[in-house]
Design a protein around this ligand. Structure first.
Ligand SMILES: [Mg+2]
Length: 352
């Protein structure tokens, strides 16, 4: 016996919504931007000097999607925590930077550590001096970084030493940093990490976050986090191979914005890409006022800058608000607001 059809075709007309489903409603990005911003401003999770401009920038990023966005982030005290709890004593102490972790490497003697301390004592006041121009400071920064790199190159460090030290002294990342990087990866957002620290340390230290990462700026493959930092020279690629110095260019605190993905290049230098395409939207993350310059060498149309103010809010908040579109203040305040923004972009597969 033939089963009757569930729906009698003669009962249907071409005007039936079944044949003419309503077109999907366009996403209201203005509404989505308000959702992200207004409540956060109200509860004090974020600060902004110009909420109207902030709305426009967030709306643009949401409307253009992940494939048009490039995140440029600082590493030390932006992706990592400013304060950490000592594993033995439970006491709060300053987080270790990508340069600072080097003091735990095998081969680092007391004498070399004293040399490093002497460099900090000599050059840090110059770096922070309000009486010197950046141009006057730069030769001193170059001397400081070169001397610190010479110390590292002198300890006969192997690749496996570096790996095991970072296993024993892992970086502690800001809450939400891992989620941010994964959300960016899933949505086709490009991510670059800029640092005046040691790139090899950053790459090794970020491995536990579980996103693909490289210092090779010409590397193909979407969603690979690229680290633009001082790159060690090794005798080879094996675990027992040794560090014998650093590649050019030298990246210090006043030029890390210049060595961006658009830097003019020596094709043989690994810190410089062979080709690149620029995205119109940039999301910049940093914790120092100077970090705002990380986007200077990257052509873009719209930028949203987020500054993490780790300490001394009373003293610095107004100044940070002058520089960054959004300020997230407090001792190791989380990355959640930024993660929500990236999480609000469509996942790539859903667009196909
Ligand atoms: Mg920093």
């Amino acid at each position: 016996m033939t089963q009757p059809p569930l729906i009698d075709p003669s009962m249907l007309s071409m005007d039936d919504p079944m044949f003419n489903p309503a077109p999907p409603k366009p996403i209201d990005f203005t509404f989505a931007a308000s959702n992200l911003i207004d409540c956060s401003l109200e509860i004090g999770a974020i600060y902004s000097k110009d909420p109207e401009s902030l709305h426009r920038k967030v709306e643009r990023i949401l409307a253009d999607g992940g494939e048009n966005l490039h995140i440029i982030s600082d590493f030390d005290m932006t992706l990592t925590k400013y304060w950490i709890k000592d594993r033995k004593t439970g006491e709060k102490r300053r987080g270790v930077s990508s340069h600072g972790v080097m003091k735990y490497m095998p081969g680092m003697t007391l004498e070399l550590l004293e040399k490093e301390d002497a460099l900090v004592e000599k050059y840090y006041p110059i770096e922070m001096s309000p009486h010197l121009t950046v141009a006057q400071k730069i030769p001193h920064m170059e001397a400081w970084w070169n001397s610190a790199h010479d110390i590292l190159a002198s300890i006969n460090l192997s690749r496996s030493d570096l790996t095991s030290t970072l296993k024993n002294y892992p970086f502690q990342f800001r809450e939400g940093a891992k989620e941010l990087l994964h959300a960016a990866h899933e949505r086709g957002v490009e991510v670059s990490v800029f640092s005046a620290g040691v790139g090899d340390v950053i790459v090794e230290g970020m491995k536990p976050l579980g996103v693909p990462i490289t210092q090779d700026l010409s590397a193909k493959g979407e969603g690979v986090v690229k680290v633009v930092a001082n790159r060690m020279k090794w005798t080879g690629d094996e675990p027992e191979d040794k560090c014998v110095g650093f590649h050019d260019p030298l990246i210090h605190s006043f030029n890390k914005g210049e060595h961006t993905l658009s830097s003019p290049s020596e094709p043989t230098e690994p810190n410089v890409p062979t080709s690149t395409s620029h995205r119109p939207n940039v999301l910049l993350l940093g914790d120092s006022l100077g970090d705002i310059h990380m986007k200077d060498g990257y052509p873009h149309k719209n930028s949203l800058s987020v500054g993490f103010l780790n300490v001394d809010e009373d003293m610095w908040l107004d100044r940070y608000l002058e520089v960054f579109d959004v300020v997230i203040s407090g001792e190791d305040e989380s990355m959640d607001w930024v993660s929500f923004l990236i999480g609000s972009l469509s996942v790539k597969e859903e667009k196909n």
